[in-house]
Design a protein around this ligand. Structure first.
Ligand SMILES: NC(=O)c1ccc[n+]([C@@H]2O[C@H](COP(=O)([O-])OP(=O)(O)OC[C@H]3O[C@@H](n4cnc5c(N)ncnc54)[C@H](O)[C@@H]3O)[C@@H](O)[C@H]2O)c1
Ligand SMILES: [Zn+2]
Length: 356
Protein backbone atom coordinates (compact mmCIF):
# COMPACT_ATOMS: atom_id res chain seq x y z
CA UNK A 1 0.00 0.00 0.00
CA UNK A 2 1.30 3.44 -0.91
CA UNK A 3 0.81 6.07 1.78
CA UNK A 4 1.13 9.81 1.22
CA UNK A 5 1.01 12.12 4.19
CA UNK A 6 -0.82 15.45 4.35
CA UNK A 7 1.22 17.35 6.95
CA UNK A 8 -0.91 19.76 8.93
CA UNK A 9 0.36 19.36 12.49
CA UNK A 10 -2.34 17.81 14.65
CA UNK A 11 -4.68 17.66 11.66
CA UNK A 12 -2.24 15.58 9.58
CA UNK A 13 -3.60 12.49 7.85
CA UNK A 14 -2.60 9.75 5.46
CA UNK A 15 -3.82 9.07 1.94
CA UNK A 16 -3.69 5.30 1.35
CA UNK A 17 -3.73 4.07 -2.25
CA UNK A 18 -3.96 0.40 -3.21
CA UNK A 19 -5.96 -1.75 -5.60
CA UNK A 20 -8.40 -3.84 -3.57
CA UNK A 21 -8.16 -1.51 -0.56
CA UNK A 22 -11.95 -1.38 -0.13
CA UNK A 23 -11.87 -4.85 1.43
CA UNK A 24 -9.20 -3.74 3.88
CA UNK A 25 -11.23 -0.85 5.26
CA UNK A 26 -12.56 -2.68 8.37
CA UNK A 27 -9.02 -3.58 9.41
CA UNK A 28 -7.70 -0.07 8.64
CA UNK A 29 -10.48 1.50 10.71
CA UNK A 30 -10.59 -1.06 13.54
CA UNK A 31 -8.19 0.93 15.69
CA UNK A 32 -10.78 3.74 15.75
CA UNK A 33 -13.76 1.53 16.56
CA UNK A 34 -14.95 2.08 20.10
CA UNK A 35 -18.59 1.14 19.68
CA UNK A 36 -19.67 4.45 18.16
CA UNK A 37 -21.96 4.81 15.12
CA UNK A 38 -20.30 4.66 11.71
CA UNK A 39 -22.34 6.52 9.13
CA UNK A 40 -21.83 5.63 5.48
CA UNK A 41 -23.08 8.46 3.24
CA UNK A 42 -23.44 7.51 -0.43
CA UNK A 43 -25.68 7.67 -3.49
CA UNK A 44 -28.03 4.69 -3.97
CA UNK A 45 -26.11 3.41 -7.00
CA UNK A 46 -22.87 3.42 -5.02
CA UNK A 47 -24.58 1.80 -2.04
CA UNK A 48 -25.76 -1.04 -4.30
CA UNK A 49 -22.38 -1.44 -5.92
CA UNK A 50 -20.01 -0.94 -2.97
CA UNK A 51 -21.77 0.43 0.12
CA UNK A 52 -23.74 -2.68 1.11
CA UNK A 53 -20.65 -4.88 0.93
CA UNK A 54 -18.66 -2.35 2.94
CA UNK A 55 -21.42 -2.08 5.54
CA UNK A 56 -21.64 -5.90 5.81
CA UNK A 57 -17.89 -6.22 6.25
CA UNK A 58 -17.86 -3.50 8.88
CA UNK A 59 -20.77 -5.13 10.76
CA UNK A 60 -19.01 -8.50 10.71
CA UNK A 61 -15.97 -6.80 12.18
CA UNK A 62 -18.07 -5.40 15.02
CA UNK A 63 -18.83 -1.91 13.76
CA UNK A 64 -22.24 -0.33 14.43
CA UNK A 65 -23.13 1.04 10.99
CA UNK A 66 -25.84 3.21 9.49
CA UNK A 67 -26.17 4.00 5.78
CA UNK A 68 -27.66 7.27 4.53
CA UNK A 69 -28.46 7.63 0.84
CA UNK A 70 -28.28 10.93 -0.98
CA UNK A 71 -29.50 11.88 -4.47
CA UNK A 72 -27.29 11.75 -7.54
CA UNK A 73 -25.98 14.95 -9.06
CA UNK A 74 -24.96 18.41 -8.00
CA UNK A 75 -28.44 19.01 -6.51
CA UNK A 76 -27.44 16.84 -3.55
CA UNK A 77 -25.16 19.64 -2.34
CA UNK A 78 -28.12 21.55 -0.92
CA UNK A 79 -29.38 22.77 2.44
CA UNK A 80 -32.29 20.33 2.19
CA UNK A 81 -30.11 17.25 1.73
CA UNK A 82 -27.68 18.50 4.36
CA UNK A 83 -30.49 18.85 6.83
CA UNK A 84 -31.88 15.40 6.01
CA UNK A 85 -28.49 13.87 6.81
CA UNK A 86 -28.28 15.66 10.16
CA UNK A 87 -31.84 14.69 11.10
CA UNK A 88 -31.25 11.06 10.22
CA UNK A 89 -28.09 11.03 12.28
CA UNK A 90 -29.89 12.46 15.30
CA UNK A 91 -32.78 9.98 14.87
CA UNK A 92 -30.30 7.10 14.74
CA UNK A 93 -28.73 8.22 18.00
CA UNK A 94 -25.49 9.61 16.60
CA UNK A 95 -23.39 11.76 18.90
CA UNK A 96 -20.05 13.53 18.95
CA UNK A 97 -18.15 10.26 18.75
CA UNK A 98 -19.92 9.15 15.55
CA UNK A 99 -17.78 8.88 12.44
CA UNK A 100 -18.82 9.54 8.84
CA UNK A 101 -17.57 7.60 5.83
CA UNK A 102 -18.01 9.63 2.61
CA UNK A 103 -18.26 6.95 -0.08
CA UNK A 104 -18.60 8.51 -3.54
CA UNK A 105 -17.47 11.21 -5.90
CA UNK A 106 -16.87 14.87 -5.18
CA UNK A 107 -20.54 15.63 -4.60
CA UNK A 108 -20.77 13.04 -1.83
CA UNK A 109 -17.42 14.04 -0.35
CA UNK A 110 -18.33 17.74 -0.22
CA UNK A 111 -21.77 17.16 1.30
CA UNK A 112 -20.77 14.41 3.75
CA UNK A 113 -17.66 16.38 4.71
CA UNK A 114 -19.81 19.46 5.41
CA UNK A 115 -22.16 17.37 7.55
CA UNK A 116 -19.13 16.00 9.43
CA UNK A 117 -17.71 19.50 9.90
CA UNK A 118 -20.88 20.82 11.48
CA UNK A 119 -22.72 17.92 13.17
CA UNK A 120 -22.45 18.65 16.89
CA UNK A 121 -19.69 21.16 16.08
CA UNK A 122 -17.73 18.60 14.10
CA UNK A 123 -17.16 14.85 14.00
CA UNK A 124 -14.43 12.77 12.37
CA UNK A 125 -14.83 11.55 8.81
CA UNK A 126 -13.03 9.51 6.19
CA UNK A 127 -13.02 10.08 2.46
CA UNK A 128 -13.49 6.97 0.33
CA UNK A 129 -13.51 8.46 -3.17
CA UNK A 130 -15.08 6.50 -6.02
CA UNK A 131 -14.53 8.83 -9.01
CA UNK A 132 -11.14 9.62 -10.52
CA UNK A 133 -11.74 13.32 -9.86
CA UNK A 134 -12.45 12.67 -6.19
CA UNK A 135 -9.42 10.36 -5.88
CA UNK A 136 -6.98 12.96 -7.17
CA UNK A 137 -8.62 16.14 -6.04
CA UNK A 138 -11.79 16.68 -4.03
CA UNK A 139 -11.13 14.08 -1.29
CA UNK A 140 -7.85 15.76 -0.33
CA UNK A 141 -7.49 19.12 1.34
CA UNK A 142 -10.56 19.33 3.54
CA UNK A 143 -12.71 21.68 1.47
CA UNK A 144 -16.33 20.80 2.20
CA UNK A 145 -19.53 22.57 1.31
CA UNK A 146 -22.85 22.96 -0.41
CA UNK A 147 -24.39 25.22 -3.05
CA UNK A 148 -27.00 27.95 -2.79
CA UNK A 149 -29.12 29.44 -5.56
CA UNK A 150 -26.62 32.29 -5.95
CA UNK A 151 -23.72 29.97 -6.71
CA UNK A 152 -21.77 26.77 -6.27
CA UNK A 153 -19.74 26.02 -3.15
CA UNK A 154 -20.64 29.34 -1.57
CA UNK A 155 -21.29 27.77 1.83
CA UNK A 156 -18.59 25.64 3.36
CA UNK A 157 -15.76 25.09 5.78
CA UNK A 158 -12.37 23.47 5.76
CA UNK A 159 -12.58 20.26 7.78
CA UNK A 160 -9.81 17.76 7.14
CA UNK A 161 -10.66 14.05 6.98
CA UNK A 162 -8.90 11.55 9.25
CA UNK A 163 -7.68 9.65 6.19
CA UNK A 164 -8.36 9.28 2.47
CA UNK A 165 -8.78 5.66 1.39
CA UNK A 166 -8.33 5.14 -2.35
CA UNK A 167 -9.03 1.88 -4.16
CA UNK A 168 -8.27 2.44 -7.87
CA UNK A 169 -10.10 -0.84 -8.70
CA UNK A 170 -13.37 1.00 -8.07
CA UNK A 171 -12.74 2.93 -11.28
CA UNK A 172 -13.74 -0.15 -13.31
CA UNK A 173 -17.39 0.79 -12.94
CA UNK A 174 -16.92 4.51 -13.57
CA UNK A 175 -18.33 5.72 -16.91
CA UNK A 176 -15.71 6.74 -19.49
CA UNK A 177 -16.79 10.40 -19.48
CA UNK A 178 -16.14 10.59 -15.74
CA UNK A 179 -12.66 9.10 -16.30
CA UNK A 180 -11.99 11.82 -18.89
CA UNK A 181 -13.11 14.46 -16.42
CA UNK A 182 -10.65 13.17 -13.80
CA UNK A 183 -7.86 13.00 -16.36
CA UNK A 184 -8.29 16.74 -16.89
CA UNK A 185 -7.33 17.35 -13.25
CA UNK A 186 -4.41 14.91 -13.56
CA UNK A 187 -3.05 16.90 -16.53
CA UNK A 188 -3.44 20.01 -14.37
CA UNK A 189 -1.05 18.59 -11.74
CA UNK A 190 1.60 17.95 -14.36
CA UNK A 191 1.09 21.39 -15.90
CA UNK A 192 1.42 23.32 -12.63
CA UNK A 193 4.03 21.27 -10.80
CA UNK A 194 5.81 18.45 -12.64
CA UNK A 195 6.92 18.60 -16.26
CA UNK A 196 8.20 15.01 -16.30
CA UNK A 197 4.80 13.82 -15.03
CA UNK A 198 3.09 15.84 -17.77
CA UNK A 199 5.32 14.19 -20.38
CA UNK A 200 4.45 10.74 -18.99
CA UNK A 201 0.72 11.55 -18.97
CA UNK A 202 1.00 12.57 -22.62
CA UNK A 203 2.55 9.21 -23.53
CA UNK A 204 0.08 7.26 -21.41
CA UNK A 205 -2.84 9.02 -23.13
CA UNK A 206 -1.76 7.55 -26.47
CA UNK A 207 -3.38 4.32 -25.31
CA UNK A 208 -6.01 4.91 -22.67
CA UNK A 209 -6.51 1.14 -22.28
CA UNK A 210 -3.10 0.80 -20.67
CA UNK A 211 -3.21 4.09 -18.72
CA UNK A 212 -1.55 3.40 -15.33
CA UNK A 213 -4.24 4.91 -13.13
CA UNK A 214 -2.73 3.88 -9.82
CA UNK A 215 0.59 5.52 -10.69
CA UNK A 216 -1.09 8.70 -11.92
CA UNK A 217 -3.34 8.86 -8.85
CA UNK A 218 -0.35 8.49 -6.52
CA UNK A 219 1.64 11.28 -8.21
CA UNK A 220 -1.40 13.58 -8.30
CA UNK A 221 -2.09 12.95 -4.61
CA UNK A 222 1.57 13.65 -3.79
CA UNK A 223 1.36 17.01 -5.55
CA UNK A 224 -1.94 18.02 -3.97
CA UNK A 225 -0.83 16.81 -0.51
CA UNK A 226 2.42 18.80 -0.72
CA UNK A 227 0.57 21.98 -1.72
CA UNK A 228 -2.14 21.63 0.93
CA UNK A 229 0.49 20.84 3.57
CA UNK A 230 2.18 24.18 2.89
CA UNK A 231 -0.97 26.25 2.36
CA UNK A 232 -4.14 24.84 3.90
CA UNK A 233 -6.27 27.99 3.69
CA UNK A 234 -5.61 28.99 0.09
CA UNK A 235 -2.98 31.65 -0.14
CA UNK A 236 -1.15 32.02 -3.45
CA UNK A 237 0.36 28.52 -3.37
CA UNK A 238 -2.90 26.56 -3.00
CA UNK A 239 -4.45 28.92 -5.54
CA UNK A 240 -2.28 27.45 -8.30
CA UNK A 241 -4.52 24.36 -8.05
CA UNK A 242 -7.09 26.59 -9.71
CA UNK A 243 -5.22 26.58 -13.03
CA UNK A 244 -7.87 26.36 -15.74
CA UNK A 245 -10.63 26.90 -13.19
CA UNK A 246 -11.52 30.58 -13.73
CA UNK A 247 -12.68 29.91 -17.27
CA UNK A 248 -13.62 26.31 -16.41
CA UNK A 249 -16.06 27.38 -13.69
CA UNK A 250 -17.55 29.98 -16.03
CA UNK A 251 -18.14 27.32 -18.70
CA UNK A 252 -19.74 25.02 -16.11
CA UNK A 253 -22.02 27.81 -14.94
CA UNK A 254 -22.88 28.81 -18.51
CA UNK A 255 -23.81 25.33 -19.70
CA UNK A 256 -25.32 24.32 -16.38
CA UNK A 257 -23.83 22.04 -13.72
CA UNK A 258 -24.38 18.45 -14.68
CA UNK A 259 -24.43 19.44 -18.36
CA UNK A 260 -20.73 20.22 -18.49
CA UNK A 261 -18.39 17.96 -16.50
CA UNK A 262 -16.02 19.75 -14.16
CA UNK A 263 -12.80 18.20 -15.47
CA UNK A 264 -13.80 18.81 -19.09
CA UNK A 265 -14.54 22.46 -18.31
CA UNK A 266 -11.17 22.75 -16.55
CA UNK A 267 -9.45 21.19 -19.57
CA UNK A 268 -10.92 23.86 -21.83
CA UNK A 269 -10.01 26.44 -19.20
CA UNK A 270 -6.40 25.21 -19.22
CA UNK A 271 -6.18 25.69 -22.99
CA UNK A 272 -7.30 29.30 -22.53
CA UNK A 273 -5.05 29.73 -19.48
CA UNK A 274 -2.08 28.41 -21.45
CA UNK A 275 -2.85 30.76 -24.33
CA UNK A 276 -3.09 33.74 -21.96
CA UNK A 277 0.22 32.71 -20.32
CA UNK A 278 1.81 32.79 -23.77
CA UNK A 279 0.27 36.15 -24.70
CA UNK A 280 1.52 37.70 -21.46
CA UNK A 281 5.04 36.43 -22.16
CA UNK A 282 5.20 33.79 -19.41
CA UNK A 283 4.99 30.65 -21.56
CA UNK A 284 6.64 29.92 -24.91
CA UNK A 285 4.47 29.28 -27.95
CA UNK A 286 5.99 25.80 -28.18
CA UNK A 287 5.07 24.93 -24.58
CA UNK A 288 1.55 26.28 -25.06
CA UNK A 289 1.10 24.16 -28.18
CA UNK A 290 2.48 21.15 -26.33
CA UNK A 291 -0.01 21.61 -23.47
CA UNK A 292 -2.90 22.06 -25.91
CA UNK A 293 -1.90 18.90 -27.80
CA UNK A 294 -1.88 16.88 -24.57
CA UNK A 295 -5.29 18.19 -23.48
CA UNK A 296 -6.71 17.47 -26.91
CA UNK A 297 -5.77 13.81 -26.54
CA UNK A 298 -8.70 13.60 -24.10
CA UNK A 299 -12.08 12.73 -25.59
CA UNK A 300 -13.60 15.91 -24.13
CA UNK A 301 -17.29 16.57 -24.51
CA UNK A 302 -17.71 19.01 -27.38
CA UNK A 303 -18.58 22.61 -26.64
CA UNK A 304 -21.81 23.87 -28.09
CA UNK A 305 -21.74 27.40 -29.40
CA UNK A 306 -21.41 29.86 -26.54
CA UNK A 307 -21.66 33.61 -26.04
CA UNK A 308 -18.16 34.79 -24.95
CA UNK A 309 -19.55 37.90 -23.26
CA UNK A 310 -21.72 35.78 -21.02
CA UNK A 311 -18.71 33.70 -20.05
CA UNK A 312 -17.02 36.94 -19.01
CA UNK A 313 -19.97 37.94 -16.87
CA UNK A 314 -19.73 34.59 -15.04
CA UNK A 315 -16.02 35.24 -14.50
CA UNK A 316 -16.85 38.60 -12.93
CA UNK A 317 -18.79 36.70 -10.25
CA UNK A 318 -16.05 34.15 -9.60
CA UNK A 319 -14.95 33.28 -6.06
CA UNK A 320 -11.36 33.85 -7.14
CA UNK A 321 -12.09 37.58 -7.23
CA UNK A 322 -10.83 38.94 -3.95
CA UNK A 323 -11.50 42.58 -3.08
CA UNK A 324 -12.41 43.23 -6.69
CA UNK A 325 -9.23 41.66 -8.11
CA UNK A 326 -9.15 38.53 -10.21
CA UNK A 327 -6.39 36.15 -9.11
CA UNK A 328 -5.55 34.34 -12.32
CA UNK A 329 -3.29 31.28 -12.53
CA UNK A 330 -0.74 31.38 -15.34
CA UNK A 331 2.01 28.96 -16.32
CA UNK A 332 5.52 30.33 -16.44
CA UNK A 333 6.76 27.11 -17.99
CA UNK A 334 5.38 23.59 -18.21
CA UNK A 335 5.40 22.26 -14.64
CA UNK A 336 5.43 25.70 -13.07
CA UNK A 337 2.56 28.04 -12.18
CA UNK A 338 2.08 31.43 -10.57
CA UNK A 339 -0.69 33.86 -9.73
CA UNK A 340 -1.12 37.18 -11.49
CA UNK A 341 -3.62 39.92 -10.84
CA UNK A 342 -3.04 41.54 -14.21
CA UNK A 343 -5.28 39.58 -16.53
CA UNK A 344 -7.78 41.90 -18.17
CA UNK A 345 -11.21 40.69 -19.24
CA UNK A 346 -10.33 41.54 -22.85
CA UNK A 347 -7.55 38.99 -23.05
CA UNK A 348 -9.77 36.34 -21.44
CA UNK A 349 -12.40 37.15 -24.05
CA UNK A 350 -9.82 36.72 -26.80
CA UNK A 351 -8.53 33.44 -25.32
CA UNK A 352 -11.99 31.90 -25.75
CA UNK A 353 -11.34 31.82 -29.51
CA UNK A 354 -8.92 28.96 -28.81
CA UNK A 355 -11.79 26.70 -27.81
CA UNK A 356 -14.60 27.99 -30.01
N1 LIG B 1 -13.72 19.74 -2.16
C1 LIG B 1 -12.90 19.98 -3.16
O1 LIG B 1 -11.74 20.32 -2.98
C2 LIG B 1 -13.41 19.81 -4.55
C3 LIG B 1 -12.52 19.81 -5.63
C4 LIG B 1 -13.02 19.57 -6.92
C5 LIG B 1 -14.37 19.34 -7.11
N2 LIG B 1 -15.20 19.36 -6.03
C6 LIG B 1 -16.64 19.09 -6.21
O2 LIG B 1 -16.77 17.76 -6.68
C7 LIG B 1 -18.00 17.64 -7.39
C8 LIG B 1 -17.75 16.84 -8.64
O3 LIG B 1 -17.29 15.56 -8.27
P1 LIG B 1 -17.33 14.31 -9.26
O4 LIG B 1 -16.80 14.74 -10.57
O5 LIG B 1 -16.68 13.19 -8.54
O6 LIG B 1 -18.89 14.08 -9.50
P2 LIG B 1 -20.01 13.18 -8.78
O7 LIG B 1 -19.74 13.03 -7.36
O8 LIG B 1 -21.30 13.79 -9.18
O9 LIG B 1 -19.83 11.77 -9.51
C9 LIG B 1 -20.03 11.67 -10.89
C10 LIG B 1 -20.98 10.52 -11.25
O10 LIG B 1 -20.28 9.28 -11.14
C11 LIG B 1 -21.07 8.34 -10.42
N3 LIG B 1 -20.12 7.45 -9.77
C12 LIG B 1 -19.27 7.77 -8.78
N4 LIG B 1 -18.43 6.77 -8.54
C13 LIG B 1 -18.76 5.75 -9.38
C14 LIG B 1 -18.24 4.47 -9.62
N5 LIG B 1 -17.16 4.01 -8.99
N6 LIG B 1 -18.85 3.70 -10.55
C15 LIG B 1 -19.91 4.17 -11.26
N7 LIG B 1 -20.41 5.39 -11.09
C16 LIG B 1 -19.85 6.18 -10.17
C17 LIG B 1 -21.91 9.18 -9.53
O11 LIG B 1 -23.06 8.49 -9.14
C18 LIG B 1 -22.20 10.40 -10.37
O12 LIG B 1 -23.31 10.16 -11.18
C19 LIG B 1 -18.50 19.04 -7.63
O13 LIG B 1 -19.59 19.30 -6.77
C20 LIG B 1 -17.32 19.92 -7.24
O14 LIG B 1 -17.71 21.16 -6.72
C21 LIG B 1 -14.75 19.57 -4.78
ZN1 LIG C 1 -11.12 21.13 -10.18
Amino acid sequence: MKTIQVNLGQRSYPIHVESGLLKEIPSILSIKNQGQKWVIIAQQGIIDRYGNALSDQLSEAGFDTLTIDIPTGEKAKSFDEYQIILSRMVEAGCDRSSIILALGGGVTGDLAGFAAATFMRGVDYFQIPTTLLAMVDSSIGGKTGINIAEGKNLIGVIHQPKAVLIDPEILHSLPKEEITSGLGEIIKYGAIRDKAFLTSISLWLDDINTFPFEKAIIRSCEIKAAIVSKDEREGDLRRILNFGHTIGHALEAYYGYGEMRHGDAVSYGMICGGWISNQLGYLSKHDYQNLKDIIQKLPLQSLNKFDPNQIISFIKNDKKIISGQLHFVILNGLGSAAITKNVAHDIILESLKEIQ
